[in-house]
Design a protein around this ligand. Structure first.
Ligand code: ATP
Length: 597
Protein backbone atom coordinates (compact mmCIF):
# COMPACT_ATOMS: atom_id res chain seq x y z
CA UNK A 1 0.00 0.00 0.00
CA UNK A 2 1.25 3.46 -0.88
CA UNK A 3 1.75 5.68 2.18
CA UNK A 4 3.09 9.16 2.96
CA UNK A 5 3.99 11.32 5.94
CA UNK A 6 2.64 14.65 7.11
CA UNK A 7 5.87 16.24 5.90
CA UNK A 8 4.84 15.43 2.33
CA UNK A 9 1.22 16.63 2.37
CA UNK A 10 -0.49 19.26 4.50
CA UNK A 11 -3.86 18.57 6.07
CA UNK A 12 -5.96 19.91 3.18
CA UNK A 13 -3.91 17.96 0.64
CA UNK A 14 -3.97 14.82 2.77
CA UNK A 15 -7.76 14.97 3.15
CA UNK A 16 -8.23 15.40 -0.59
CA UNK A 17 -6.00 12.40 -1.31
CA UNK A 18 -7.75 10.17 1.22
CA UNK A 19 -11.34 11.21 0.53
CA UNK A 20 -13.23 8.33 -1.08
CA UNK A 21 -15.92 10.17 -3.03
CA UNK A 22 -15.94 12.58 -5.98
CA UNK A 23 -14.34 15.96 -5.37
CA UNK A 24 -14.17 19.42 -6.85
CA UNK A 25 -10.98 21.04 -5.64
CA UNK A 26 -10.46 24.77 -6.00
CA UNK A 27 -6.77 25.41 -5.51
CA UNK A 28 -5.11 28.80 -5.04
CA UNK A 29 -1.84 29.41 -6.94
CA UNK A 30 1.20 27.56 -5.63
CA UNK A 31 -0.91 25.39 -3.34
CA UNK A 32 0.56 22.10 -4.55
CA UNK A 33 -2.15 21.13 -7.00
CA UNK A 34 0.30 18.98 -8.91
CA UNK A 35 1.59 17.36 -5.75
CA UNK A 36 -1.92 16.57 -4.56
CA UNK A 37 -2.89 15.16 -7.93
CA UNK A 38 0.26 13.03 -8.02
CA UNK A 39 -0.37 11.54 -4.58
CA UNK A 40 -4.03 11.01 -5.35
CA UNK A 41 -3.17 9.06 -8.51
CA UNK A 42 -0.54 7.03 -6.66
CA UNK A 43 -3.00 6.29 -3.86
CA UNK A 44 -5.72 5.21 -6.29
CA UNK A 45 -3.31 3.04 -8.31
CA UNK A 46 -2.23 1.21 -5.18
CA UNK A 47 -5.88 0.52 -4.28
CA UNK A 48 -6.96 -0.97 -7.61
CA UNK A 49 -8.52 -4.36 -7.16
CA UNK A 50 -8.91 -5.48 -10.77
CA UNK A 51 -6.18 -5.84 -13.38
CA UNK A 52 -8.66 -4.66 -16.01
CA UNK A 53 -9.21 -1.21 -14.54
CA UNK A 54 -7.40 2.05 -15.18
CA UNK A 55 -6.88 5.25 -13.27
CA UNK A 56 -7.38 7.99 -15.85
CA UNK A 57 -5.86 11.46 -15.51
CA UNK A 58 -6.49 14.29 -17.96
CA UNK A 59 -3.87 17.03 -18.11
CA UNK A 60 -3.80 20.26 -20.11
CA UNK A 61 -0.49 19.55 -21.84
CA UNK A 62 1.63 16.52 -22.73
CA UNK A 63 4.44 18.07 -20.76
CA UNK A 64 2.31 18.04 -17.59
CA UNK A 65 1.38 14.40 -18.26
CA UNK A 66 5.07 13.45 -18.53
CA UNK A 67 5.92 15.38 -15.40
CA UNK A 68 3.18 13.76 -13.30
CA UNK A 69 3.97 10.31 -14.71
CA UNK A 70 7.63 10.73 -13.69
CA UNK A 71 6.70 11.89 -10.21
CA UNK A 72 4.43 8.89 -9.61
CA UNK A 73 7.12 6.52 -10.75
CA UNK A 74 9.56 8.30 -8.44
CA UNK A 75 7.15 7.50 -5.59
CA UNK A 76 7.75 3.84 -6.40
CA UNK A 77 4.22 3.14 -7.62
CA UNK A 78 3.58 0.84 -10.59
CA UNK A 79 1.99 2.87 -13.40
CA UNK A 80 0.95 0.00 -15.68
CA UNK A 81 -2.70 0.76 -14.95
CA UNK A 82 -2.38 4.50 -15.27
CA UNK A 83 -3.59 6.29 -18.36
CA UNK A 84 -2.50 9.94 -18.38
CA UNK A 85 -2.62 12.47 -21.19
CA UNK A 86 -4.56 15.33 -22.76
CA UNK A 87 -8.26 15.17 -23.46
CA UNK A 88 -7.48 14.83 -27.20
CA UNK A 89 -5.25 11.82 -26.58
CA UNK A 90 -7.94 10.39 -24.29
CA UNK A 91 -10.66 10.73 -26.92
CA UNK A 92 -8.44 9.18 -29.58
CA UNK A 93 -7.30 6.27 -27.48
CA UNK A 94 -10.54 5.35 -25.69
CA UNK A 95 -13.26 6.50 -28.07
CA UNK A 96 -12.17 7.11 -31.67
CA UNK A 97 -9.76 4.20 -32.10
CA UNK A 98 -12.06 1.50 -30.68
CA UNK A 99 -15.44 2.90 -31.79
CA UNK A 100 -14.69 5.14 -34.81
CA UNK A 101 -16.27 2.60 -37.16
CA UNK A 102 -19.68 3.57 -35.76
CA UNK A 103 -19.28 7.14 -36.99
CA UNK A 104 -20.05 7.41 -40.74
CA UNK A 105 -17.42 10.15 -41.32
CA UNK A 106 -14.70 8.01 -39.73
CA UNK A 107 -15.75 4.52 -40.73
CA UNK A 108 -13.69 4.54 -43.96
CA UNK A 109 -10.50 5.39 -42.05
CA UNK A 110 -9.09 8.78 -41.07
CA UNK A 111 -5.81 10.47 -40.29
CA UNK A 112 -5.00 13.21 -37.81
CA UNK A 113 -3.99 16.53 -39.33
CA UNK A 114 -0.55 17.40 -38.07
CA UNK A 115 -0.46 20.86 -36.43
CA UNK A 116 1.99 22.11 -39.01
CA UNK A 117 0.09 20.70 -41.92
CA UNK A 118 -2.86 22.54 -40.49
CA UNK A 119 -0.90 25.74 -40.31
CA UNK A 120 0.31 25.32 -43.90
CA UNK A 121 -3.16 24.57 -45.22
CA UNK A 122 -4.78 27.48 -43.40
CA UNK A 123 -2.03 29.84 -44.53
CA UNK A 124 -2.79 28.90 -48.14
CA UNK A 125 -6.51 29.30 -47.63
CA UNK A 126 -6.04 32.72 -46.03
CA UNK A 127 -4.05 34.03 -49.03
CA UNK A 128 -7.12 35.45 -50.86
CA UNK A 129 -7.95 37.45 -47.70
CA UNK A 130 -4.61 39.14 -47.37
CA UNK A 131 -6.17 42.58 -47.89
CA UNK A 132 -8.52 41.86 -45.00
CA UNK A 133 -5.49 40.86 -42.89
CA UNK A 134 -6.85 37.41 -42.17
CA UNK A 135 -4.02 35.11 -41.15
CA UNK A 136 -3.62 31.56 -39.92
CA UNK A 137 -3.67 32.93 -36.36
CA UNK A 138 -7.26 34.13 -36.80
CA UNK A 139 -8.55 30.69 -37.71
CA UNK A 140 -8.75 29.02 -34.31
CA UNK A 141 -12.20 27.65 -33.64
CA UNK A 142 -13.80 25.46 -31.04
CA UNK A 143 -16.75 23.12 -31.21
CA UNK A 144 -19.71 22.91 -28.91
CA UNK A 145 -22.84 20.79 -29.13
CA UNK A 146 -24.50 23.80 -30.74
CA UNK A 147 -21.94 24.25 -33.56
CA UNK A 148 -18.55 25.86 -33.84
CA UNK A 149 -17.33 29.23 -32.55
CA UNK A 150 -14.45 31.37 -33.73
CA UNK A 151 -11.57 32.22 -31.42
CA UNK A 152 -10.79 35.48 -33.29
CA UNK A 153 -12.04 38.39 -31.27
CA UNK A 154 -12.18 40.74 -34.28
CA UNK A 155 -15.80 40.32 -35.37
CA UNK A 156 -15.10 42.27 -38.57
CA UNK A 157 -13.02 39.37 -39.85
CA UNK A 158 -15.54 36.65 -39.06
CA UNK A 159 -17.18 36.29 -42.45
CA UNK A 160 -13.79 35.86 -44.15
CA UNK A 161 -12.67 33.33 -41.55
CA UNK A 162 -15.88 31.40 -42.01
CA UNK A 163 -15.21 31.23 -45.75
CA UNK A 164 -11.68 29.98 -45.04
CA UNK A 165 -12.97 27.36 -42.62
CA UNK A 166 -15.72 26.16 -44.98
CA UNK A 167 -13.03 25.35 -47.56
CA UNK A 168 -10.78 23.92 -44.85
CA UNK A 169 -13.46 21.48 -43.66
CA UNK A 170 -14.17 20.47 -47.24
CA UNK A 171 -10.49 19.73 -47.95
CA UNK A 172 -10.13 17.76 -44.73
CA UNK A 173 -13.19 15.71 -45.56
CA UNK A 174 -11.83 14.96 -49.06
CA UNK A 175 -8.49 13.91 -47.63
CA UNK A 176 -10.09 11.92 -44.79
CA UNK A 177 -8.31 13.99 -42.16
CA UNK A 178 -9.50 15.34 -38.83
CA UNK A 179 -7.95 18.08 -36.72
CA UNK A 180 -7.77 18.38 -32.93
CA UNK A 181 -11.18 20.00 -32.49
CA UNK A 182 -12.76 17.33 -34.68
CA UNK A 183 -11.33 14.67 -32.38
CA UNK A 184 -13.51 16.18 -29.64
CA UNK A 185 -16.49 16.65 -31.92
CA UNK A 186 -16.51 13.04 -33.11
CA UNK A 187 -15.80 11.65 -29.66
CA UNK A 188 -18.82 13.54 -28.36
CA UNK A 189 -21.01 12.41 -31.27
CA UNK A 190 -20.03 8.80 -30.64
CA UNK A 191 -20.69 9.14 -26.93
CA UNK A 192 -24.15 10.51 -27.70
CA UNK A 193 -25.09 8.00 -30.40
CA UNK A 194 -23.66 4.91 -28.69
CA UNK A 195 -24.55 5.01 -24.97
CA UNK A 196 -22.77 1.69 -24.44
CA UNK A 197 -19.41 3.46 -24.89
CA UNK A 198 -19.87 5.52 -21.70
CA UNK A 199 -21.06 2.43 -19.91
CA UNK A 200 -18.02 0.40 -20.95
CA UNK A 201 -15.64 3.20 -20.06
CA UNK A 202 -17.19 3.73 -16.66
CA UNK A 203 -16.69 0.01 -15.96
CA UNK A 204 -13.02 0.41 -16.82
CA UNK A 205 -12.35 3.61 -14.85
CA UNK A 206 -12.95 3.67 -11.08
CA UNK A 207 -11.75 7.29 -11.08
CA UNK A 208 -11.13 10.07 -13.57
CA UNK A 209 -8.88 12.94 -12.51
CA UNK A 210 -8.92 16.28 -14.31
CA UNK A 211 -6.21 18.92 -13.87
CA UNK A 212 -6.68 22.63 -14.72
CA UNK A 213 -10.42 22.34 -15.04
CA UNK A 214 -10.74 26.10 -15.42
CA UNK A 215 -9.53 25.84 -19.03
CA UNK A 216 -11.80 22.93 -19.98
CA UNK A 217 -14.30 23.45 -22.78
CA UNK A 218 -17.98 22.67 -22.74
CA UNK A 219 -17.68 19.69 -25.08
CA UNK A 220 -14.94 18.22 -22.90
CA UNK A 221 -17.12 18.57 -19.81
CA UNK A 222 -19.91 16.85 -21.75
CA UNK A 223 -17.74 13.88 -22.72
CA UNK A 224 -16.47 13.38 -19.18
CA UNK A 225 -19.92 13.90 -17.67
CA UNK A 226 -21.41 11.21 -19.96
CA UNK A 227 -18.98 8.66 -18.54
CA UNK A 228 -19.70 9.72 -14.95
CA UNK A 229 -23.44 9.65 -15.54
CA UNK A 230 -23.27 6.16 -17.04
CA UNK A 231 -21.31 4.98 -14.00
CA UNK A 232 -23.91 6.40 -11.59
CA UNK A 233 -21.26 6.73 -8.89
CA UNK A 234 -19.07 3.75 -9.91
CA UNK A 235 -16.66 6.16 -11.62
CA UNK A 236 -15.55 8.92 -9.28
CA UNK A 237 -14.30 12.36 -10.28
CA UNK A 238 -11.33 14.31 -8.92
CA UNK A 239 -11.34 17.71 -10.55
CA UNK A 240 -8.82 20.37 -9.62
CA UNK A 241 -8.09 23.89 -10.84
CA UNK A 242 -8.26 27.58 -10.13
CA UNK A 243 -11.15 29.63 -11.53
CA UNK A 244 -9.08 32.79 -11.09
CA UNK A 245 -6.66 31.46 -13.69
CA UNK A 246 -9.26 30.77 -16.41
CA UNK A 247 -7.50 32.59 -19.26
CA UNK A 248 -8.47 30.46 -22.25
CA UNK A 249 -11.98 31.84 -22.64
CA UNK A 250 -11.36 32.82 -26.27
CA UNK A 251 -10.80 29.13 -27.05
CA UNK A 252 -13.95 28.07 -25.23
CA UNK A 253 -12.40 27.21 -21.85
CA UNK A 254 -14.38 28.10 -18.74
CA UNK A 255 -14.44 27.29 -15.04
CA UNK A 256 -17.56 25.25 -14.50
CA UNK A 257 -19.29 25.67 -11.15
CA UNK A 258 -20.18 22.84 -8.86
CA UNK A 259 -23.92 23.11 -9.52
CA UNK A 260 -23.51 22.74 -13.28
CA UNK A 261 -21.00 19.93 -12.87
CA UNK A 262 -23.30 18.00 -10.54
CA UNK A 263 -26.25 18.51 -12.87
CA UNK A 264 -24.29 17.31 -15.91
CA UNK A 265 -22.72 14.27 -14.27
CA UNK A 266 -25.60 13.27 -12.00
CA UNK A 267 -23.28 12.22 -9.15
CA UNK A 268 -22.66 13.81 -5.74
CA UNK A 269 -19.45 15.84 -5.72
CA UNK A 270 -17.84 17.33 -2.63
CA UNK A 271 -16.35 20.84 -2.83
CA UNK A 272 -12.91 21.37 -1.28
CA UNK A 273 -10.15 23.95 -1.34
CA UNK A 274 -6.38 24.18 -1.17
CA UNK A 275 -5.61 27.56 0.33
CA UNK A 276 -1.94 27.52 1.37
CA UNK A 277 0.40 29.09 -1.14
CA UNK A 278 3.92 27.63 -0.85
CA UNK A 279 5.36 29.66 -3.69
CA UNK A 280 5.23 33.38 -3.09
CA UNK A 281 6.09 35.90 -0.41
CA UNK A 282 3.25 37.45 1.56
CA UNK A 283 3.78 40.72 -0.30
CA UNK A 284 3.40 39.05 -3.70
CA UNK A 285 0.24 37.29 -2.49
CA UNK A 286 -1.09 40.61 -1.18
CA UNK A 287 -0.55 42.07 -4.66
CA UNK A 288 -2.18 39.38 -6.80
CA UNK A 289 -5.08 39.00 -4.37
CA UNK A 290 -6.26 42.35 -5.72
CA UNK A 291 -7.27 40.47 -8.87
CA UNK A 292 -9.01 37.58 -7.15
CA UNK A 293 -12.44 37.40 -8.85
CA UNK A 294 -13.67 34.26 -7.09
CA UNK A 295 -13.11 35.12 -3.46
CA UNK A 296 -10.57 32.30 -3.09
CA UNK A 297 -8.71 32.16 0.24
CA UNK A 298 -4.93 32.43 -0.11
CA UNK A 299 -2.51 32.07 2.80
CA UNK A 300 1.22 32.55 2.19
CA UNK A 301 2.76 29.47 3.82
CA UNK A 302 6.05 28.76 2.03
CA UNK A 303 9.67 29.31 3.02
CA UNK A 304 9.74 32.66 1.18
CA UNK A 305 6.71 33.93 3.05
CA UNK A 306 8.57 36.78 4.77
CA UNK A 307 10.84 37.55 1.85
CA UNK A 308 11.18 41.35 1.34
CA UNK A 309 9.80 41.39 -2.17
CA UNK A 310 10.12 44.32 -4.51
CA UNK A 311 7.03 45.05 -6.53
CA UNK A 312 7.24 47.93 -8.98
CA UNK A 313 4.88 49.34 -11.56
CA UNK A 314 6.26 51.70 -14.19
CA UNK A 315 3.86 53.51 -16.50
CA UNK A 316 6.05 56.49 -17.32
CA UNK A 317 8.55 54.61 -19.43
CA UNK A 318 8.47 54.86 -23.22
CA UNK A 319 8.54 51.80 -25.45
CA UNK A 320 11.91 52.95 -26.84
CA UNK A 321 13.55 52.60 -23.40
CA UNK A 322 11.79 49.43 -22.29
CA UNK A 323 14.37 46.84 -23.37
CA UNK A 324 17.15 48.79 -21.62
CA UNK A 325 15.16 48.90 -18.40
CA UNK A 326 14.35 45.19 -18.56
CA UNK A 327 18.06 44.48 -19.07
CA UNK A 328 18.81 46.61 -16.00
CA UNK A 329 16.32 44.59 -13.92
CA UNK A 330 17.71 41.27 -15.17
CA UNK A 331 21.29 42.35 -14.41
CA UNK A 332 20.33 43.59 -10.97
CA UNK A 333 18.52 40.34 -10.21
CA UNK A 334 21.49 38.21 -11.25
CA UNK A 335 24.36 40.37 -10.03
CA UNK A 336 22.94 41.98 -6.88
CA UNK A 337 20.18 39.61 -5.80
CA UNK A 338 22.04 36.42 -6.75
CA UNK A 339 19.11 35.02 -8.74
CA UNK A 340 19.83 32.38 -11.37
CA UNK A 341 18.91 33.36 -14.96
CA UNK A 342 16.61 30.34 -15.30
CA UNK A 343 14.61 31.75 -12.41
CA UNK A 344 13.77 34.90 -14.35
CA UNK A 345 10.83 35.27 -16.69
CA UNK A 346 9.80 38.09 -19.01
CA UNK A 347 6.11 37.97 -19.99
CA UNK A 348 3.89 39.89 -22.38
CA UNK A 349 0.37 39.29 -23.65
CA UNK A 350 1.19 38.64 -27.31
CA UNK A 351 3.78 36.78 -29.39
CA UNK A 352 4.30 39.73 -31.69
CA UNK A 353 5.90 41.81 -28.95
CA UNK A 354 7.92 38.91 -27.66
CA UNK A 355 9.92 38.15 -30.81
CA UNK A 356 11.03 41.79 -31.01
CA UNK A 357 11.82 41.88 -27.29
CA UNK A 358 13.77 38.59 -27.42
CA UNK A 359 15.90 39.97 -30.24
CA UNK A 360 16.47 43.24 -28.37
CA UNK A 361 17.51 41.35 -25.22
CA UNK A 362 19.86 39.02 -27.13
CA UNK A 363 21.60 42.02 -28.71
CA UNK A 364 22.02 43.72 -25.32
CA UNK A 365 23.02 40.57 -23.41
CA UNK A 366 24.89 38.42 -25.95
CA UNK A 367 26.33 36.17 -23.25
CA UNK A 368 22.98 35.21 -21.77
CA UNK A 369 20.75 32.41 -22.92
CA UNK A 370 17.07 33.06 -23.64
CA UNK A 371 14.21 30.63 -24.07
CA UNK A 372 12.33 32.68 -26.57
CA UNK A 373 8.85 32.09 -27.93
CA UNK A 374 8.20 28.95 -29.93
CA UNK A 375 11.84 28.07 -30.35
CA UNK A 376 11.35 24.36 -30.94
CA UNK A 377 12.61 23.58 -34.42
CA UNK A 378 10.89 20.24 -35.02
CA UNK A 379 7.30 19.16 -35.36
CA UNK A 380 5.79 18.29 -31.99
CA UNK A 381 3.03 15.97 -33.06
CA UNK A 382 3.02 13.51 -30.18
CA UNK A 383 1.10 10.93 -32.20
CA UNK A 384 3.82 10.82 -34.86
CA UNK A 385 6.15 7.83 -34.61
CA UNK A 386 9.22 9.87 -35.59
CA UNK A 387 8.50 12.45 -32.94
CA UNK A 388 8.49 9.61 -30.43
CA UNK A 389 11.78 8.26 -31.78
CA UNK A 390 13.26 11.79 -31.86
CA UNK A 391 12.72 12.13 -28.11
CA UNK A 392 15.14 9.28 -27.55
CA UNK A 393 17.59 10.44 -30.20
CA UNK A 394 17.75 13.96 -28.76
CA UNK A 395 18.24 13.06 -25.10
CA UNK A 396 21.29 11.60 -23.40
CA UNK A 397 21.23 8.67 -21.00
CA UNK A 398 21.05 10.08 -17.46
CA UNK A 399 19.74 8.84 -14.11
CA UNK A 400 17.18 11.70 -13.98
CA UNK A 401 15.78 10.82 -17.39
CA UNK A 402 16.03 7.03 -17.15
CA UNK A 403 12.42 6.31 -16.20
CA UNK A 404 11.05 8.76 -18.72
CA UNK A 405 13.25 7.46 -21.56
CA UNK A 406 12.29 3.90 -20.73
CA UNK A 407 8.65 4.90 -21.07
CA UNK A 408 9.39 6.63 -24.38
CA UNK A 409 11.17 3.45 -25.56
CA UNK A 410 7.96 1.57 -24.77
CA UNK A 411 6.04 4.02 -26.94
CA UNK A 412 8.49 3.53 -29.83
CA UNK A 413 8.04 -0.23 -29.53
CA UNK A 414 4.26 0.19 -29.55
CA UNK A 415 4.56 2.36 -32.68
CA UNK A 416 6.64 -0.27 -34.45
CA UNK A 417 4.14 -2.93 -33.50
CA UNK A 418 1.25 -0.81 -34.75
CA UNK A 419 3.08 -0.41 -38.08
CA UNK A 420 3.11 -4.21 -38.44
CA UNK A 421 6.65 -4.99 -37.29
CA UNK A 422 7.27 -7.95 -35.02
CA UNK A 423 9.05 -6.56 -31.96
CA UNK A 424 8.20 -9.39 -29.59
CA UNK A 425 11.89 -10.23 -29.15
CA UNK A 426 12.79 -6.67 -28.17
CA UNK A 427 12.38 -5.22 -24.67
CA UNK A 428 12.18 -1.54 -23.76
CA UNK A 429 15.59 -1.75 -22.13
CA UNK A 430 17.18 -3.36 -25.18
CA UNK A 431 15.70 -0.73 -27.46
CA UNK A 432 16.95 2.04 -25.19
CA UNK A 433 20.42 0.48 -25.15
CA UNK A 434 20.50 0.46 -28.95
CA UNK A 435 19.53 4.13 -29.07
CA UNK A 436 22.20 4.94 -26.50
CA UNK A 437 24.91 3.32 -28.63
CA UNK A 438 24.39 5.53 -31.66
CA UNK A 439 26.90 8.31 -32.28
CA UNK A 440 26.22 10.77 -35.07
CA UNK A 441 28.48 13.67 -35.85
CA UNK A 442 26.34 16.28 -37.56
CA UNK A 443 25.61 19.75 -36.24
CA UNK A 444 22.46 20.15 -38.33
CA UNK A 445 19.42 18.95 -36.37
CA UNK A 446 17.43 17.33 -39.15
CA UNK A 447 20.48 15.70 -40.78
CA UNK A 448 21.44 14.39 -37.37
CA UNK A 449 18.01 12.86 -36.82
CA UNK A 450 17.91 11.31 -40.28
CA UNK A 451 21.36 9.74 -39.86
CA UNK A 452 20.50 8.64 -36.34
CA UNK A 453 17.28 6.91 -37.40
CA UNK A 454 18.99 5.19 -40.36
CA UNK A 455 21.72 3.87 -38.12
CA UNK A 456 19.61 2.73 -35.22
CA UNK A 457 17.04 0.94 -37.36
CA UNK A 458 19.79 -0.65 -39.45
CA UNK A 459 21.32 -2.02 -36.23
CA UNK A 460 17.90 -3.29 -35.19
CA UNK A 461 17.45 -4.83 -38.67
CA UNK A 462 14.17 -2.93 -39.10
CA UNK A 463 13.81 -1.73 -42.72
CA UNK A 464 11.39 1.08 -41.87
CA UNK A 465 11.25 2.27 -45.50
CA UNK A 466 9.27 -0.84 -46.37
CA UNK A 467 6.39 0.15 -44.09
CA UNK A 468 3.92 2.63 -45.56
CA UNK A 469 2.62 3.92 -42.24
CA UNK A 470 6.11 4.68 -40.98
CA UNK A 471 7.13 6.31 -44.24
CA UNK A 472 4.16 8.63 -44.41
CA UNK A 473 4.73 9.62 -40.77
CA UNK A 474 8.39 10.13 -41.68
CA UNK A 475 7.51 12.54 -44.49
CA UNK A 476 5.07 14.39 -42.23
CA UNK A 477 7.64 14.78 -39.48
CA UNK A 478 10.51 15.96 -41.69
CA UNK A 479 8.39 18.19 -43.98
CA UNK A 480 6.67 19.83 -41.03
CA UNK A 481 10.00 20.35 -39.26
CA UNK A 482 11.58 21.92 -42.36
CA UNK A 483 8.59 24.25 -42.74
CA UNK A 484 8.80 25.20 -39.11
CA UNK A 485 12.53 25.94 -39.28
CA UNK A 486 11.98 28.09 -42.37
CA UNK A 487 9.24 30.05 -40.66
CA UNK A 488 11.41 30.68 -37.59
CA UNK A 489 14.31 31.74 -39.83
CA UNK A 490 12.02 34.18 -41.60
CA UNK A 491 11.18 35.58 -38.16
CA UNK A 492 14.87 36.19 -37.60
CA UNK A 493 15.65 33.34 -35.20
CA UNK A 494 19.20 32.51 -36.17
CA UNK A 495 20.81 29.11 -35.85
CA UNK A 496 17.42 27.48 -35.35
CA UNK A 497 18.28 24.45 -37.49
CA UNK A 498 21.24 23.52 -35.31
CA UNK A 499 21.28 20.35 -33.26
CA UNK A 500 21.75 22.37 -30.05
CA UNK A 501 18.31 23.93 -30.56
CA UNK A 502 16.77 20.51 -31.12
CA UNK A 503 18.28 19.09 -27.96
CA UNK A 504 17.22 22.05 -25.89
CA UNK A 505 13.55 21.08 -26.26
CA UNK A 506 14.05 18.21 -23.79
CA UNK A 507 16.56 19.78 -21.45
CA UNK A 508 15.53 21.30 -18.14
CA UNK A 509 14.73 24.99 -18.40
CA UNK A 510 17.94 26.94 -18.95
CA UNK A 511 18.43 30.67 -19.40
CA UNK A 512 15.93 33.48 -19.12
CA UNK A 513 12.38 32.58 -20.14
CA UNK A 514 10.52 34.90 -22.51
CA UNK A 515 6.87 33.92 -22.80
CA UNK A 516 3.27 34.92 -23.32
CA UNK A 517 1.09 35.08 -20.22
CA UNK A 518 -0.75 31.99 -21.49
CA UNK A 519 2.57 30.16 -21.93
CA UNK A 520 3.66 30.53 -18.27
CA UNK A 521 0.64 28.71 -16.95
CA UNK A 522 1.68 26.34 -14.17
CA UNK A 523 5.25 27.68 -14.01
CA UNK A 524 7.02 29.54 -11.19
CA UNK A 525 10.01 31.91 -11.14
CA UNK A 526 11.89 33.99 -8.57
CA UNK A 527 11.52 37.09 -10.73
CA UNK A 528 8.71 37.96 -13.11
CA UNK A 529 8.90 40.99 -15.41
CA UNK A 530 5.64 41.80 -17.20
CA UNK A 531 5.20 44.42 -19.92
CA UNK A 532 2.67 45.59 -22.53
CA UNK A 533 0.08 45.64 -19.74
CA UNK A 534 -2.06 47.88 -21.88
CA UNK A 535 -5.80 48.21 -22.37
CA UNK A 536 -6.56 46.50 -25.68
CA UNK A 537 -3.91 43.84 -24.99
CA UNK A 538 -4.68 43.06 -21.35
CA UNK A 539 -7.54 42.50 -21.88
CA UNK A 540 -7.68 41.99 -25.62
CA UNK A 541 -9.65 44.83 -27.23
CA UNK A 542 -12.52 42.67 -28.36
CA UNK A 543 -12.92 40.60 -25.24
CA UNK A 544 -16.58 40.59 -24.30
CA UNK A 545 -15.70 40.11 -20.64
CA UNK A 546 -12.75 42.51 -20.62
CA UNK A 547 -12.63 43.59 -16.99
CA UNK A 548 -12.70 40.05 -15.63
CA UNK A 549 -10.25 38.75 -18.26
CA UNK A 550 -7.78 41.51 -17.43
CA UNK A 551 -7.95 40.63 -13.76
CA UNK A 552 -7.34 36.95 -14.44
CA UNK A 553 -4.36 37.71 -16.66
CA UNK A 554 -2.88 39.98 -13.99
CA UNK A 555 -3.56 37.31 -11.39
CA UNK A 556 -1.66 34.75 -13.44
CA UNK A 557 1.28 37.12 -14.02
CA UNK A 558 1.55 38.06 -10.33
CA UNK A 559 1.13 34.56 -8.97
CA UNK A 560 4.03 33.11 -11.01
CA UNK A 561 6.53 35.13 -8.91
CA UNK A 562 8.19 33.87 -5.76
CA UNK A 563 10.26 36.92 -4.87
CA UNK A 564 10.12 39.98 -7.12
CA UNK A 565 7.63 41.38 -9.58
CA UNK A 566 8.29 44.22 -12.02
CA UNK A 567 5.42 45.51 -14.14
CA UNK A 568 5.28 47.93 -17.06
CA UNK A 569 2.56 49.72 -18.96
CA UNK A 570 4.90 51.41 -21.42
CA UNK A 571 3.89 54.43 -23.48
CA UNK A 572 4.36 54.99 -27.17
CA UNK A 573 2.79 51.84 -28.61
CA UNK A 574 0.80 53.07 -31.60
CA UNK A 575 -2.87 52.16 -31.75
CA UNK A 576 -4.09 52.86 -35.28
CA UNK A 577 -2.61 55.95 -36.87
CA UNK A 578 -3.45 58.57 -34.28
CA UNK A 579 -3.68 56.94 -30.89
CA UNK A 580 -1.48 55.01 -28.49
CA UNK A 581 -2.32 52.17 -26.11
CA UNK A 582 -3.06 53.22 -22.52
CA UNK A 583 -2.31 51.28 -19.32
CA UNK A 584 -4.64 48.42 -18.39
CA UNK A 585 -7.55 49.92 -16.47
CA UNK A 586 -7.75 47.10 -13.93
CA UNK A 587 -4.11 47.72 -13.06
CA UNK A 588 -4.53 51.46 -12.65
CA UNK A 589 -7.56 50.85 -10.47
CA UNK A 590 -5.50 48.66 -8.14
CA UNK A 591 -4.27 50.64 -5.15
CA UNK A 592 -1.00 49.12 -4.06
CA UNK A 593 2.00 50.49 -2.25
CA UNK A 594 4.58 49.83 -4.99
CA UNK A 595 8.32 50.10 -4.46
CA UNK A 596 10.07 52.90 -6.37
CA UNK A 597 11.00 51.67 -9.87
N1 ATP B 1 2.72 20.37 1.55
C1 ATP B 1 3.68 21.10 1.01
N2 ATP B 1 4.72 21.51 1.75
C2 ATP B 1 5.71 22.27 1.21
N3 ATP B 1 5.75 22.67 -0.07
C3 ATP B 1 4.74 22.28 -0.88
C4 ATP B 1 3.66 21.47 -0.38
N4 ATP B 1 2.82 21.25 -1.41
C5 ATP B 1 3.35 21.88 -2.48
N5 ATP B 1 4.50 22.50 -2.18
C6 ATP B 1 5.36 23.29 -3.09
O1 ATP B 1 4.60 24.41 -3.54
C7 ATP B 1 5.03 24.80 -4.86
C8 ATP B 1 3.82 25.00 -5.75
O2 ATP B 1 3.25 23.74 -6.07
P1 ATP B 1 2.53 23.48 -7.48
O3 ATP B 1 3.43 23.90 -8.59
O4 ATP B 1 2.01 22.10 -7.45
O5 ATP B 1 1.38 24.53 -7.36
P2 ATP B 1 0.07 24.71 -8.17
O6 ATP B 1 -1.00 24.66 -7.16
O7 ATP B 1 0.01 23.78 -9.32
O8 ATP B 1 0.23 26.19 -8.67
P3 ATP B 1 -0.42 27.04 -9.90
O9 ATP B 1 -1.90 26.78 -9.89
O10 ATP B 1 -0.11 28.45 -9.53
O11 ATP B 1 0.29 26.63 -11.13
C9 ATP B 1 5.97 23.73 -5.36
O12 ATP B 1 7.29 24.23 -5.27
C10 ATP B 1 5.71 22.57 -4.38
O13 ATP B 1 6.84 21.76 -4.20
Amino acid sequence: MFTWTDRELNQEQDEAVRFEGSQFLVACPGSGKTRTLTYKIAHELSRLTSARQFVVAITYTNRAADEIHDRIEALGVDTTQLWIGTIHAFCLEWILKPYGIYEPDLAGGYGILDLHEREKLLEELCEPYRAQRVTFWDCDYYVTRGGYFLGCSDAGKHRYIEAVLARYFQILSERKLIDFEMILKYADQLIQSQPSISQLLSNLFPIVLVDEYQDTKEIQYEILASILRAGAGATRLFMVGDPNQAIFGSLGGYAIDLGELTAKSGIPIEPRALSRNYRSSERIVEFFENFNVHGTTIIAAGKDRDFPSQITYNRRIDKADLADDIVRLIRRSVEEHGIRPDEICVVAPQWTHLSAMTRALIVRMPDSQFNGPGIVPFARDIENFWYKAARLALTEPSPQLYVRRLRWAGEVLAGLKEAGIDVSALSRKQLLREFNLIQVDDADGLNYLQAFFDEVFARLAIPYCAFDGLMSAHDDFFDASRARIQRLRNDGVEGIGELAFFKRAFQPRAGITVSTIHGVKGAEFDVVIGYALLEGMVPHFNDADGESSARKLLYVVGSRARKHLYLFSEGGRARGTRDVYRPTRALIACEFDYDPS
